[in-house]
Design a protein around this ligand. Structure first.
Ligand code: 13P
Length: 285
């Protein structure tokens, strides 16, 4: 079922848990995310957007993600990831998305505020919550290259940004990197704690793939209530498909190949949902 509103975030924040934001580019990945949420009995965010639209076309992926979420027994929010375009955000809101990210992190502060505030107004009128970003996250969202670019979020500016824009969640840059990296990533947890101290909304951590477990849990103890995962699902999908291909190719068995990818993504997503739900771990007091 489609779940609306910020309760999913604020509930997680209150218990030092996080809701996963899983990126899906195709049907099998979206179905795998829904299946994992059903097995865990936990809410998830299905992120279908902005860069993936270049691959599928917007309407096709929007309808696919909303359809999978509506048909699922688990509560699923459908979220637009990393959009720089207010018209794209408006189209997703009109189509029925439950949340959108407007990413003005490449802009000077005042322009980021203006862009984000305009999307917040439109989204809130439709009952849709908004994630903004301040400080730019390093790396590429779709292809794991390695850390490049990136500027850290300033805690004081983050508080000003949230107050000026009215965003419901804030994506921060604290050493996190999109995709897998050759050297292990270390988050600046002190900076994250400072941001959490000053910012009244749940924080979002992008770039969770490959992040050591204790770093991830450290972030959950410092206000992170949404964690984005993409590359780890892509790797699970591609590895399973590659393993299956030698057997599948002679018979041109596409169905078995896609099903193998879907199963691997489901298992990976389920492990992450349990980790972020702190199943088997003790939240810090
Ligand atoms: P990863 O690819 O590192 O999991 O990052 C995903 C992400 O942040 C999507 O916005």
């Amino acid at each position: 079922m489609l779940t609306r509103g910020t309760d999913v975030l604020t509930g997680a924040a209150a218990e030092r848990r996080a809701v996963p934001g899983f990126v899906a580019y195709n049907l099998e990945t979206a179905q795998a995310v829904a299946a994992a949420a059903e097995l865990a009995g936990a809410p998830v965010l299905l992120q279908a957007g902005s860069s993936a639209f270049r691959h599928t076309g917007r309407d096709a992926l929007v309808e696919l993600a909303l359809g999978v979420a509506r048909r699922s027994a688990a509560p699923i929010g459908v979220h637009l990831d990393h959009s720089r375009d207010p018209e794209e955000a408006a189209a997703c809101i009109a189509a029925g998305y439950t949340s959108v990210m407007i990413d003005g992190s490449h802009l000077p502060f005042t322009e980021n505020v203006e862009l984000t505030r305009a999307v917040v107004r439109r989204a809130h009128d439709a009952g849709v919550w908004v994630e903004g970003e301040l400080g730019a996250i390093a790396g590429d969202e779709d292809v794991s290259t390695d850390a490049s670019g990136g500027t850290m979020t300033d805690p004081g500016q983050a508080a000003e940004f949230v107050a000026a824009t009215g965003v419901d969640a804030l994506a921060v840059s604290v050493g996190n990197v999109h995709g897998f990296t050759s050297a292990p990533v270390r988050l600046d947890l002190d900076r994250l704690a400072d941001i959490h101290e000053l910012v009244p909304v749940p924080l979002v951590l992008h770039g969770a793939s490959g992040l050591p477990e204790e770093q991830l849990l450290g972030a959950l103890d410092r206000g992170v209530a949404k964690v984005n995962v993409n590359a780890e699902l892509r790797r699970a999908y591609l590895t399973a498909v590659a393993d299956r291909l030698p057997e599948a190719l002679p018979a041109s068995d596409t169905v078995a190949t896609w099903a193998a990818g879907r199963g691997a993504v489901r298992d990976t997503a389920l492990r992450i949902i349990r980790l972020l739900g702190r199943a088997g771990t003790e939240p810090a007091p």
